[in-house]
Design a protein around this ligand. Structure first.
Ligand SMILES: C[S@@+](CC[C@H](N)C(=O)[O-])C[C@H]1O[C@@H](n2cnc3c(N)ncnc32)[C@H](O)[C@@H]1O
Length: 271
C-alpha cells in the first residue's frame, strides 16, 4: 500500500543516518521521511544536519535509530580495561541510546546496533535486544550480525535468504566488511545500512504502522473535498478558505468559483 499523496503522510525519523538509505525506502512508500545526523547526508532528501535531540520530540509516527556503537560493541570491550577514559564515554553513549529506548511520545521505535557488551547492557537498564538479523537474510551474501531493540513493532522477517550463496563465497568476500583496507571512509562503508534491510524496514514496519494508524483513524481521515460548483479537488489551503454557502447543506466552494459568484452573481455561475 502506498499512502495517497492527498492523505495524511506518516512521519518517520531516521536518527543517526547520513547515508539516506532507510529514508529513501520510506520516501518511496509515500512517507514524510526525515534523516538526521551530525554529518551531511550522502543522498539528496529531507535531512536535518545537527544533534538529533533538537528534533527527537517532534511528532513522529515511527523512529528508527542507528546510534554510534564505538563504546557499546562487544568486539571492543577489551578497550575498556586498557583505556580508563572510555568508561565516561560509555556512560554518555548509554545516555544517548536510552533517549530512544525511553522516548515518552513515539509508540513505534526500532534501535539498531551490534551485539553490546555486558557493561553497555547494564547501562541501558538490562534491556536485551529483541532480535538479531544478518544481511544474508535480506539478499546480501555477507555477514554482520545486527541487533534490534523494538518497541511496539513486530520482528523484522527475512525477505531473501541467500545463506547458501554466502557460505560458498571465499572468506574475504563473505567477510567483506571485516577485510576492508584502511581508508578515511572505512567506518562509513562499514556502518551504512544494507539496502535489503532498509527495504524490509519500510515495507514491514512501515506497513505495520500504516495499518495501526488506519485503525486509529489517523490515516485516510482527510477525505478529498471537491468544489461544489466546478468539482475541482480542493487543496488543503483552499479548504481553510472555503465558505459555507446559502444552500440548504453547507457546501465547499473553491476560491475561483467564489470570486465568480461575487462578480457574476450566483444564478449565472450555477451549472
Ligand atoms: C553507526 S553510524 C550509523 C550510520 C547509518 N547506519 C547510515 O546508514 O547512515 C552512527 C551515526 O550517528 C551520528 N551521530 C552521533 N551522534 C549524533 C547526534 N547527537 N545527533 C545526530 N547524529 C549523531 C554519527 O555522525 C554517525 O554518522
Amino acid at each position: 500500500m502506498n499512502i495517497s499523496a492527498k492523505g495524511y503522510k506518516p512521519k518517520v525519523l531516521i536518527a543517526c543516518e547520513y547515508s539516506g538509505v532507510v529514508r529513501a525506502e520510506f520516501e518511496k512508500r509515500g512517507w514524510d521521511a526525515t534523516s538526521c545526523d551530525l554529518l551531511p547526508t550522502d543522498k539528496t532528501g529531507k535531512h536535518y544536519q545537527g544533534n538529533v535531540e533538537d528534533i527527537l520530540y517532534n511528532d513522529w509516527d515511527l523512529i528508527i535509530a542507528h546510534p554510534p556503537c564505538t563504546y557499546f560493541t562487544n568486539s571492543g570491550v577489551c578497550w575498556l580495561h586498557k583505556d580508563e577514559s572510555r568508561w565516561a564515554k560509555l556512560d554518555d553513549a548509554a545516555r544517548f541510546f536510552n533517549l530512544f529506548l525511553d522516548h515518552p511520545k513515539c509508540k513505534y521505535i526500532a534501535i539498531e546496533n551490534p551485539i553490546p557488551h555486558k557493561y553497555a547492557i547494564e547501562r541501558i537498564k538490562n534491556r536485551k535486544y529483541t532480535q538479531t538479523v544478518q544481511p544474508w537474510q535480506f539478499g546480501h551474501p555477507e555477514s554482520k550480525r545486527t541487533c534490534f531493540w523494538l518497541r511496539g513493532l513486530p520482528l523484522l522477517a527475512e525477505t531473501n535468504n541467500v545463506k547458501s550463496v554466502f557460505e560458498k563465497l571465499p572468506k574475504k568476500e563473505a567477510q567483506r566488511l571485516h577485510y576492508l583496507p584502511p581508508s578515511k571512509d572505512r567506518w562509513k562503508i562499514r556502518s551504512t545500512t544494507f539496502k535489503g534491510i532498509a527495504e524490509a524496514m519500510a515495507s514491514q514496519w512501515g506497513g505495520y504502522v500504516e495499518s495501526e494508524l488506519a485503525k486509529q483513524k489517523v490515516l485516510n481521515l482527510q477525505r478529498v473535498v471537491c468544489c461544489a460548483l466546478c468539482n475541482q479537488e480542493l487543496e488543503e489551503y483552499e479548504i481553510k478558505t472555503c465558505r459555507q454557502m446559502w444552500a440548504t447543506e453547507p457546501e465547499m466552494i473553491c476560491e475561483t468559483c467564489w470570486n465568480r459568484i461575487q462578480n457574476e452573481g450566483y444564478k449565472n455561475v450555477m451549472p
